[in-house]
Ligand binder design. Structure first.
Ligand SMILES: *Cc1c(COP(=O)(O)O)cnc(C)c1O
Length: 370
């Protein structure tokens, strides 16, 4: 039995989403379909246009997002397609000044020269009628990457809608289990599924979900016309990974909570952030709109050398960009050009045992304090 609201719980939804009704002798999750041309006469006729493996994943993610999903070969491809569909010369785009840095570079280097007006606004605002005036699209990122700041989605969506703008949320950090932007007033949820959704650090992927059927149709058209399509095998890997998203997020959040309580007040650690912590400045707003918290936290070590010493001393924490995978990883964001302090790190808690991870992190930190 589904629940009173007509939906399965998170674990059930992740396991079953997008799977066809059982057929004797067939696998639980159908394998990838690799056709370029198909025998003519049915829905699919050419691989750039349509693919049953995409549709299965789109049904799965759409069910979790509560919208119509269109898949793309990366998070950036999803953001790019969305901007190309919605924006033209003379339009005003509002985007986060503290969000994913490549989205900013894409807008500055590829959209602004086409005659777009771009306004960069911090995730925490100020969100006034002035900053959204005349906007065609307000792109938000909450929690933001890497700062983990949060904005009040229903309030900003109302403000943006009053100005006649559409609202899109980069929901990468939260995933559809952590937050459902379409139910919080946003028109569009866009994400990099490279991170926790696929979750195994072995595939680059993205999607856009919207409740607007016509916008979903235009996004698919844009995918066909631009030719930037996801591979069937990658699509199948994302679908396979999605099956354990509920379990992985639960362990990652448990590990993040354990790390935050171990690191709070540690002499080598400052600016500790995790929206799941009641002591975090973002917690109150985050708790109102997020369904659960994930494994991404951030904090500052005293210097670049301290980060290097920490990594050399740790047996479990790997230096890597990206986040949301099985392995605990640490990323010093200033090395990629984020406007943050040199020692600021984004820490992605993986699926290791909490006790092992906390013990390893504390002993690596002990090498910094002598
Ligand atoms: C990684 C990331 C992207 C870009 O996604 P790719 O799959 O790497 O192209 C966009 N937004 C956020 C918040 C991200 O973390």
């Amino acid at each position: 039995m589904k629940r009173a609201d007509g939906y399965w719980g998170d674990g059930t939804a992740c396991v079953h989403a997008g799977s066809a009704r059982p057929v004797a002798g067939q696998p639980f999750l159908a394998g990838p379909v690799f056709a370029a041309p198909y025998h003519l006469g049915a829905e699919d006729f050419y691989g750039r246009q349509g693919n049953p493996t995409w549709r299965a994943l789109e049904q799965a993610i759409g069910a979790l997002d509560r919208g119509h999903c269109t898949v793309f070969p990366s998070g950036m491809a999803a953001i790019g397609a969305l901007c190309r569909v919605l924006l033209g010369a003379g339009d005003v785009l509002v985007l986060p000044s503290d969000g994913y840095f490549l989205a900013r570079r894409f807008v500055r280097e590829q959209l602004a020269p086409l005659g777009l007006e771009v306004r960069e606004v911090p995730t925490t605002g100020p969100w006034t009628a002035e900053v959204v005036r005349g906007a065609r699209l307000v792109l938000l990122e909450t929690p933001s990457n890497p700062g983990l700041d949060v904005c009040d989605l229903p309030a900003v969506a109302e403000l943006a809608h009053a100005a006649g703008a559409l609202v899109a949320v980069d929901n990468t950090t939260a995933t559809p289990l952590g937050q459902r932007p379409l139910e919080l007033g946003a028109d569009i949820s866009v994400a990099s599924d490279t991170k926790a959704l696929a979750g195994h650090s072995d595939v680059v992927y993205g999607h856009v979900s919207t409740a607007d059927e016509d916008l979903a149709r235009r996004l698919r058209e844009e995918r066909t016309l631009s030719g930037a399509i996801p591979g069937p095998f990658e699509t199948w890997m994302v679908h396979r990974g999605l099956g354990t998203l509920d379990l992985r997020l639960a362990r990652q959040a448990e590990n993040a909570a354990a790390l935050v309580s171990a690191l709070r007040g540690h002499p080598a650690v400052t600016n500790l952030r995790w929206p799941g912590s009641p002591e975090d400045p973002a917690h109150e707003v985050a708790a109102r709109q997020m369904r659960r918290f994930g494994g991404v936290l951030s904090f500052e070590l005293p210097s670049v050398a301290a980060v290097e010493r920490f990594l050399a001393a740790s047996g479990l924490v790997l230096p890597a960009t990206s986040f949301g995978g099985l392995h605990s990883t640490l990323d010093r964001r200033a090395q990629f050009g984020d406007p943050v302090p040199e020692g600021l790190v984004r820490f992605s808690a993986g699926c290791e045992d909490s006790h092992d991870l906390v013990t390893d992190v504390l002993s690596a930190l002990a090498t910094l304090t002598g």
